[in-house]
Write a protein that binds this ligand. Sequence first.
Ligand SMILES: Nc1ncnc2c1ncn2[C@@H]1O[C@H](COP(=O)(O)OP(=O)(O)OP(=O)(O)O)[C@@H](O)[C@H]1O
Length: 238
Amino acid sequence: MAPNPGLLTAAVQVRDLVRRYDDRAVLDGVDLDIAPGEFVALLGKSGSGKSTLLRALAGLDFGVDGAGELVVPANVSVVFQDSRLLPWARVLENVVLGLGGAGERGRQSLDEVGLAGRESAWPNELSGGEQQRVALARSLVREPELLLADEPFGALDALTRLKMHVLLRKLCAAHQPAVLLVTHDVDEAIVLADRVIVLDEGKLVAEERIELAAPRSPADPGFSAVRSRLLDALGVSL
Ligand SMILES: Nc1ncnc2c1ncn2[C@@H]1O[C@H](COP(=O)(O)OP(=O)(O)OP(=O)(O)O)[C@@H](O)[C@H]1O
């Protein structure tokens, strides 16, 4: 995908990123810019390389074979499909772990995600949706310039997922991180993102800027046209 020459201070700037497993290029020359505060959703078939790209941006992949350029901010937070909370630490401790004396900020973050009063709970006393709220609080209390999210709502029921969309939009409006959200859910991508990109066999093959007014709903006029174009790019014909 052509880099955006107008972007002067990108939060993420990737050129010609290549990742091979054995002799197979799982990422095959990816170019990607994300502006500060921009919300980008990444769609792609299973095995297209989405998590590999996210792990490269998170600095979790030490086997990247080639990158003309791989610029990410110093302050990156990652949220996964499972909350990855420490089971032996209470909720507030999970949020502020490693921050040193940040109890009050942690409480505020828990309040922001709707969990005021649950500071002393153990992770296993929370529902799956509540655990993901804690994971979001733990990420955002660090005020990341870049939030990477790999299917963060993939394990949640449909109703909880909708509530999490509302919450994530609110949190992003308040904290303004650049976001890269990996999802399988085309509607989720359109509802949340400023821009949706599609990865296929390690290459970015499509891009849609989403101009629909917020809050968005699949019932909005214009939504289904965007959805059809994205499904086309994903090779799904209805
Ligand atoms: N550690 C590894 N060793 C070998 N191959 C790997 C490894 N990790 C990923 N792959 C391969 O890279 C390809 C892309 O994997 P990746 O997890 O990035 O896909 P994905 O788009 O996130 O898929 P999904 O939507 O199913 O999570 C897959 O074919 C996978 O088998």
